[in-house]
Design a protein around this ligand. Structure first.
Ligand code: NAP
Ligand code: MN
Length: 265
């Protein structure tokens, strides 16, 4: 087995951050990691920042399946970031004490009109880009389930369920359940338009297809995690759990539900 110790640090390229991670670089070199300046040469990709930095790190390095991602925090620990920049020794202690595990995080694959898919680890949002409702037909597998009229929909992974999804009263989903959660943004409900009105959770084998009704407001804004997609036009959007997973290094004794408790209770 080759020793896979090529390490790439992902962080916001500011003078302050470059300075802040200097001790981490020294620490890594001291522990026989090879620092690489191109993420394509990396075996391990470490984001420094919060959950947002972690989301960006995955996106900017193309959702690599053959890499281990590690989230290092600057302030409080996040949902994806189990390590702290001020305590790099904790990582080594964790290795020595076998306190680390690799979590395989589900990602959503989004394809628009049959083009090359996009990936997201938190959620995909489809929203009206004007002060006008967006109308879409929602299909679960082949079933035409509802016609949605409103501001939009959020489709989240279990680990993304604590983010945007939570703020619209979606459920928190255990990441051990491979699934997609669909949550509404201000749906219109009256005698003409009817949606379920609550979030629903689809099993990991299902697909969700959204057909944008071409009525003049057919240029929705789509977001994948913390980035907007630059699509000009979309008619049919298909979402499913991707076959690939993102390998994330975490502490064994820092479970998802502990994070939920720490963050919200
Ligand atoms: P932002 O407003 O700068 O920050 C979003 C906050 O959510 C940050 O504090 C971030 O943690 C945290 N976060 C990210 N992923 C999380 C997760 N899975 N569980 C719990 N907290 C999480 O957001 P941004 O940079 O534009 O986009 C990042 C995410 O923001 C999106 O994926 C979306 O979920 C979320 N968002 C939420 C709302 C809302 O709640 N109303 C609206 C839009 C977007 P750190 O501070 O550690 O980075
Ligand atoms: Mn942000």
């Amino acid at each position: 087995m080759p020793n896979r110790r090529n390490l790439y640090f992902f962080y916001k390229q500011t003078e302050e951050m470059t300075k802040a991670i200097e001790p981490l670089r020294d620490f890594a070199k001291k522990h026989n990691f090879t620092l690489v300046s191109d993420y394509r040469d990396a075996d391990i990709i470490a984001s420094v920042g919060g959950d947002n930095a972690f989301l960006q790190a995955i996106r900017k390095t193309d959702f690599r399946e053959d890499c281990l991602y590690v989230g290092i925090n600057i302030d409080q620990l996040g949902f994806y970031t189990d390590f702290d920049i001020k305590d790099p020794n904790a990582m080594i202690t964790a290795v020595e004490d076998e306190q680390l595990e690799v979590w395989r995080n589900a990602v959503i694959e989004v394809s628009i009109d049959g083009q090359k898919p996009f990936y997201c680890i938190n959620e995909c949002t489809i929203r009206s880009n004007v002060i006008k409702t967006l109308v879409m037909d929602v299909f679960i597998d082949d079933l035409h389930f509802e016609t949605f009229r409103g501001d939009g929909l959020i489709i989240s992974t279990p680990t993304g369920s604590t983010a945007y999804n939570k703020s619209v009263r979606g459920a928190i989903v255990d990441p051990k359940l491979p699934s997609l959660q669909v949550s509404e943004l201000a749906s219109l409900n009256n005698n003409t338009y009817r949606t379920l009105g609550t979030s629903f959770i689809l099993g990991g084998e299902r697909s969700l297809t959204i057909k944008i009704i071409q009525d003049g407001n057919d240029h929705p804004i789509m977001g994948v995690d913390n980035e907007a997609l630059s699509i000009q036009h979309a008619e049919m959007i298909t979402l499913r759990l991707a076959e690939k997973k993102i390998k994330t290094l975490k502490l064994k004794h820092n479970s998802f539900w502990q994070k939920v408790q720490r963050s919200f209770l």
